[in-house]
Write a protein that binds this ligand. Structure first.
Ligand code: FES
Length: 143
């Protein structure tokens, strides 16, 4: 087995698909929330952008510098979050991302923390900018 084949065989078909065809990569102009997270162990980095309307996460995009597993995790994270209620999106965990990808090699499990952590930070940023500061959460929740 060549080195490339050995490398690829560690990953599920879903990981490879998300890595080769990342969903929702990019930037959201005028995002409602932005979260940044880095992994001190490997130096990888991710920025997550959120669009939120009536308490629903309508769009998620990201910029990432990371390994193939982290790119797949970021892509899977967007599919888990888009279209869901903000309260449900806040509950998305590293494990949910790993499960959505049909698993990750043990040494790559930590890469999922980048996706979930970036998402949580973007949500916190949304609450700080649009809810905590306004004094009127209802003004952004018209559902
Ligand atoms: Fe750094 Fe995967 S090795 S996020």
């Amino acid at each position: 087995m060549t080195e490339d084949k050995a490398f690829i065989s560690q990953y599920s078909d879903k990981v490879i698909d998300h890595f080769l065809n990342p969903r929702h990569a990019g930037v959201i102009e005028n995002a409602d929330g932005i979260g940044e997270i880095g992994d001190p162990e490997c130096g990888d980095f991710m920025r997550v952008y959120l669009k939120i309307e009536k308490h629903i996460v309508t769009d998620v995009k990201y910029q990432i510098r990371g390994c193939p597993a982290s790119i797949a995790c970021a892509s899977a994270m967007t599919e888990l979050a888009i279209g869901k209620d903000l309260d449900d999106v806040m509950m998305i965990t590293d494990d949910d991302i790993v499960e959505a990808l049909d698993g990750l090699p043990e040494v790559k499990i930590h890469c999922s923390a980048l996706g979930a952590g970036g998402l949580q930070k973007a949500i916190m940023d949304y609450y700080e900018k649009h809810v905590a500061g306004s004094g009127s959460p209802e003004s952004h929740y018209t559902g």
